[in-house]
Design a binder for this molecule. Structure first.
Ligand code: NAD
Length: 415
C-alpha cells in the first residue's frame, strides 16, 4: 500500500503561486524547500524471536523560524527521507497559517507496524527516541502521532526521551493520553475546527450554516466529529460515507444515531437507518462527492477530487478536512468554475492547534478545562480564517493561494 499522504506536489504548485503573488525573489522561494536539519538513524531492534533487525528512521526539522519544529512521526513501509522532508515543509506552512508559535518538522521509520508485536513496537519506538534525542526537545522539536502511531507510542517516546536526558519532559511530544499529560479536547479538535471553519465561511458569505446541506466523505475521527458538530449546529448532513459506501438522506441523516454506532467501530453498511439510502463502495463515494449539497467536506483521504471528477462537483463550497484531497489539476477546474475551497492547511488545523495547547499546558504545568481549550481553539481558528479571507480579498485570489501567502508572509516577517 502506498503511503497515505502525498501533499507535497500540490503544495509546491501553490507555494509557487503564492511566492509569485508576494513577488518573492527566486532564492526565497527556493529557500522555502530547504530544511534546516535532516537526520537519518539506524535502529537495531531485538525481535521477539531473538534476531536483531535494523530499521531506518528519519527526523527533519524544516524551519524553526516561528518556534520549535512541530510535526508527526509515521511508521510506514514507504516512509523515506524525501517524503519526510516534503511533509516537514508542509507542516511549517500549516503551523504558520494557524498562527502557532511553531515551525515545521516531521519524522518516521520505514516499517510495516502490522508485522510487529506490541513489545517490538515499543523497543523500536524507544530506540528511535534515543537516536533522535540529541536534536529534539520541548523548545527545539516536538513530535506527535501521524500515520500508524498513537498515544501509546507517544508515551513510550516521552518516557524514553526523559530517561535519556535525565529529567521529566512531557512537552517533548504531543498526542499523549490525558493521564500522561495529553490535553482535553484533542481527540475531537480537528472536527471541531472544521465545523468552526464552515461556520466562518458561511458567515463571511452571508449564508446560514443552520439548514445548510452538507456531504461529508469519511466517518472517522475527523469526518465523524465534523458531522456531529455540524448536525448539532442545525446543518443537514445529506450524505456521509466511509470505506464501505455512502448513506444519503435529503432531509438529513440521524447523525446522533450514526455517531453512537460509530463508537463501536461499525461501518455505515451495517446500519439500518429509516429514510436513508445506502450505496455501497466506490460508487457510493463517487455519488457523495458529486452530491447536490451546499458544502462538500472531503474528510477521508488524499486525491479524491481529481481532473476526472472535478467538473461534476455540484457543491459550491468545499472544505478540505482531509490532507491533500484535491489534486492541482482539479483545483484549477474548481477555481475556474467559481467554487470556493477552504484548503487543508487551514481547514484541518484544529488538530495541531490543540497539540500546541497540550505543549503549552505541559510547559507551564497547567491543566486547562475543556471549555478553556475550546474557547482558545475558537479564537485561534477564527483568527486564522479571518487573515486568509482578508488576504484572498486583497489579492483577489483563491483561499488556497491566500492561505499559503499568509503562511509564507508570517515566516518571512519573523526571519
Ligand atoms: P480515520 O482513519 O479516523 O478515518 C478515515 C475515514 O475515511 C474512515 O471513515 C474510513 O472508513 C474512510 N475511508 C477510508 N478509505 C476510504 C475510501 N476509499 N473512500 C471513502 N472513505 C474512506 O482518519 P482521520 O483521522 O479521520 O483522518 C482523515 C483525514 O484527515 C486524513 O487525510 C488525515 O490526514 C486528515 N487529518 C486528520 C487529523 C486528525 O487529527 N485525526 C488532523 C489533520 C488532518
Amino acid at each position: 500500500m502506498k503511503s497515505q499522504y502525498q501533499p507535497f506536489e500540490n503544495a509546491k504548485a501553490v507555494i509557487r503561486k503564492a511566492a509569485d503573488a508576494l513577488h518573492l525573489p527566486e532564492e526565497t522561494y527556493r529557500f522555502l524547500f530547504c530544511p534546516e536539519r535532516e537526520l537519518t538513524v539506524s535502529l537495531p531492534v531485538k525481535m521477539d524471536d531473538g534476531r536483531t533487525e535494523i530499521f531506518s528512521g528519519y527526523r527533519v526539522q524544516h524551519s524553526s523560524v516561528l518556534g520549535p519544529c512541530k510535526g508527526g512521526i509515521r511508521f510506514h513501509p514507504d516512509t523515506n527521507m524525501e517524503e519526510v522532508k516534503a511533509l516537514s515543509c508542509w507542516m511549517t506552512l500549516k503551523c504558520s497559517v494557524a498562527g502557532l508559535p511553531f515551525g515545521g518538522g516531521k519524522g518516521g521509520i520505514t516499517v510495516d507496524p502490522s508485522g510487529l508485536s506490541e513489545a517490538e513496537k515499543e523497543r523500536l519506538t524507544r530506540a528511535y527516541a534515543r537516536a533522535i534525542a540529541p536534536i529534539v526537545g520541548e523548545t527545539r522539536d516536538v513530535p506527535a502521532p501521524d500515520v500508524n502511531t498513537n498515544g501509546q507510542i507517544m508515551t513510550w517516546f516521552y518516557e524514553e526521551y526523559s530517561q535519556t536526558v535525565g529529567k521529566d519532559c512531557p512537552a517533548v511530544v504531543t498526542g499523549k493520553p490525558i493521564e500522561k499529560g495529553g490535553s482535553l479536547g484533542r481527540s475531537e479538535a480537528t472536527g471541531r475546527g472544521v465545523w468552526l471553519i464552515c461556520a466562518e465561511l458561511m458567515k463571511s458569505l452571508g449564508k446560514e450554516l443552520r439548514g445548510a446541506r452538507v456531504a461529508i466523505q469519511g466517518n472517522g475521527n475527523v469526518g465523524g466529529m465534523t458531522a456531529k458538530f455540524l448536525s448539532e449546529a442545525g446543518s443537514k448532513i445529506v450524505a456521509l460515507s466511509d470505506v464501505s459506501g455512502a448513506l444519503f438522506c435529503p432531509d438529513g441523516l440521524d447523525i446522533a444515531k450514526i455517531h453512537e454506532c460509530s463508537l463501536s467501530h461499525r461501518l455505515l453498511s451495517t446500519l439500518d437507518l429509516p429514510g436513508a439510502t445506502f450505496v455501497p463502495g466506490d460508487e457510493g463515494n463517487r455519488m457523495l462527492l458529486e452530491a447536490d449539497a451546499d458544502l462538500l467536506i472531503p474528510a477521508a483521504m488524499e486525491n479524491q477530487i481529481t481532473a476526472e471528477n472535478a467538473a461534476r462537483i455540484r457543491a459550491p463550497y468545499i472544505v478540505e478536512a482531509a490532507n491533500g484531497p484535491t489534486t492541482v489539476e482539479a483545483d484549477a477546474i474548481l477555481d475556474a468554475a467559481g467554487k470556493i475551497v477552504v484548503p487543508d492547511i487551514l481547514a484541518n488545523s484544529g488538530g495541531v492547534t490543540v497539540s500546541y495547547f497540550e505543549w503549552k499546558q505541559n510547559m507551564e504545568q497547567e491543566r486547562w478545562t475543556l471549555e478553556e481549550v475550546n474557547d482558545r481553539l475558537y479564537t485561534m481558528i477564527t483568527g486564522a480564517f479571518a487573515t486568509v479571507w482578508q488576504t484572498a480579498k486583497e489579492y483577489r485570489c483563491s483561499l488556497r493561494t491566500a492561505a499559503y501567502m499568509a503562511a509564507i508572509q508570517r515566516i518571512i516577517n519573523a526571519e
